[in-house]
Design a binder for this molecule. Structure first.
Ligand code: SF4
Ligand SMILES: [Zn+2]
Length: 106
């Protein structure tokens, strides 16, 4: 099994990538200003939120969030991240980046 700290880092990388793709296509290209790390303010805040949830997940081993029975995200944040995962997942499939798809979170 993957060491916990490695798992956290890997999940964080995936989260960031999916949020960056979504933000670029839906926000930055439409003129919303970049705030940090290729994300607008709203997306960056969501990234920090998801990152913190990922680090503090009470389950060990952590399941994929989409299979989780607890669902520690707020309703609003869960809806946002689901939308992002869906959009970016489809975007990556269209570009042949199947390697990312296996990591789908939500
Ligand atoms: S939704 Fe479930 S698996 Fe995901 S971080 Fe929260 S408690 Fe952990
Ligand atoms: Zn954004």
């Amino acid at each position: 099994m993957m060491e916990k700290s490695k798992r956290i880092k890997k999940d964080e990388k995936i989260l960031k990538k999916f949020i960056q793709v979504y933000c670029k296509e839906n926000h930055l290209k439409k003129g919303i200003k970049e705030h940090n790390n290729g994300m607008c303010k709203e997306c960056y805040e969501l990234f920090l939120y998801a990152k913190q949830k990922n680090e503090k997940c009470p389950l060990d081993p952590k399941p994929q969030c989409k299979h989780c029975k607890i669902h520690c995200y707020s309703k609003e944040m869960r809806a946002k991240i689901k939308e992002i995962m869906k959009f970016s997942g489809i975007y990556m499939i269209k570009r042949g980046r199947l390697d990312w798809i296996f990591h789908y979170f939500f």
